[in-house]
Design a binder for this molecule. Structure first.
Ligand SMILES: C[S@@+](CC[C@H](N)C(=O)[O-])C[C@H]1O[C@@H](n2cnc3c(N)ncnc32)[C@H](O)[C@@H]1O
Length: 263
């Protein structure tokens, strides 16, 4: 698919910058996983865990530090190269990384896991949530669970510039199924770069129904008023992320879902 190939090129532009950034913050221990994620995952010691869309492995390796036996997957060659380097730098040689598009992972990888994990900035890059969900089911042991903590699609409908100026202005249709064309990539951890990339809107029901259709059973759906990056004029809330003081308790910014294999 031409859009996926273009997205790979776009993400590859910031692989090296992400590696240097995350190596520094992980070594100085100023970066940690969102504590809500850690709490919701529970005890992962000794569990096999596959992390989808792992970028250069910062969160994958943080999960390894919590005791999980981790495998990261990303479709960018540079991300996988730097994730392996980062694992080596941090002394976590047991971590493994696979270069693959999530949508074709099932064709090349047949192992199953206790936990399938993905988080914070992933779904917008996936053009087909049904294939995504079937991939998750195929990766899960029958006793395992899937966990996602992601940007809430309700936040994604607002005009970004207005939002950063304390205004709420509608811009993107919640039910918009068409692809958006982006002119930059990144910007949440390292400066963004000019490029072309494609993303797709998702609704809450798209995500939940895709998981159910693939044979999963939802254990919970949680919503939060904090976001994993600063969208402008937001206040830092410890390691959880950022909250807009004006819309505290008013707008959903992030959500999480835990699901198990349906019996
Ligand atoms: C915002 S980053 C994910 C950040 C995430 N919180 C983490 O663990 O670092 C999105 C990632 O998705 C990857 N990606 C995008 N589309 C993909 C696809 N179809 N298959 C695999 N990886 C993909 C990108 O290369 C990028 O590393």
């Amino acid at each position: 698919m031409k859009e996926i190939e273009q997205n790979k090129k776009a993400w590859n532009l910031i692989s090296e910058d992400h590696y240097h950034h995350f190596k520094k913050v992980l070594e100085e221990k100023s970066y940690e996983l969102n504590p809500i994620i850690l709490e919701e995952l529970g005890n992962i010691k000794g569990k096999s865990l596959i992390h989808l869309q792992c970028n250069t492995g910062a969160d994958t390796l943080s999960l390894a530090r919590e005791g999980a036996l981790v495998t990261g997957v990303d479709f960018v060659k540079g991300n996988v190269y730097y994730a392996k380097l980062l694992a080596n730098d941090l002394g976590i040689p047991s971590a493994s990384f696979i270069e693959s598009d999530i949508l074709t992972l099932s064709e090349i990888h047949h192992q199953t896991y206790d936990i399938v994990f993905t988080s914070e900035g992933v779904l917008g890059w996936i053009p087909d949530l049904d294939v995504w969900a079937r991939t998750i089911r195929a990766l899960l042991k029958d006793t395992g669970f899937f966990y996602i903590n992601e940007i809430h699609p309700f936040y994604l409908i607002w005009d970004e510039e207005a939002f950063s100026n304390n205004e709420i202005k509608f811009k993107y249709p919640y039910f918009g199924r068409y692809k958006n064309i982006d002119t930059t990539i990144g910007g949440y951890a390292v400066p963004s770069k000019q490029t072309k990339a494609y993303d797709w809107m998702y609704s809450v029901s798209d995500v939940i129904n895709a998981l159910i259709k693939a044979g999963l059973q939802i254990s919970y759906f949680h919503e939060f008023d904090t976001l994993c990056f600063d969208a402008g004029n937001m206040e830092q809330v410890g390691k959880i992320g950022y909250r807009h003081p004006q819309w505290k308790d008013k707008l959903p910014m992030q959500f999480s879902i835990k699901a198990t294999v349906a019996r």
